[in-house]
Design a protein around this ligand. Structure first.
Ligand SMILES: [Zn+2]
Length: 113
């Protein structure tokens, strides 16, 4: 960033402009146009990367919700068949024969990843 005194110092009256100075200005303009084009390209690439990241997050969120729903269905199927009775903990509603059954023990077991 240049401040006002920098601009005033280098500013040349149009009538006093030499060909070399004009060439330097055009060269600077071309540099700035190239820099602007590069920044626009980067911005577009960032936008593409952001879109891809959002899609990946949506995909993973869908998979997570699907896994959660599947786990809920398994838990709903495998419940204590005699909950709230004197025989509570005797058997699983899915007929696994024990409570907690191996399915729930596996679901509630330590995570390995
Ligand atoms: Zn079970």
């Amino acid at each position: 960033m240049s401040n006002r005194s920098d601009r005033d110092r280098v500013r040349i009256r149009l009538d006093d402009l030499t060909h070399d100075q004009l060439d330097a200005l055009y060269e600077r303009l071309e540099d700035l146009e190239a820099e602007t084009a590069k920044l626009i390209r980067w911005h577009r690439e960032d936008g593409v990367a952001l879109t891809k990241a959002r899609r990946a997050v949506e995909h993973l969120t869908d998979r997570y919700r699907g896994a959660e729903a599947a786990t809920a269905r398994v838990r709903d199927l495998h419940r204590d068949a005699y909950a709230d009775t004197p025989d509570a903990g005797a058997s699983c509603t899915a007929g696994c024969g024990t409570w907690p059954c191996p399915t729930l023990t596996t679901l509630d077991g330590p995570h390995t990843n």
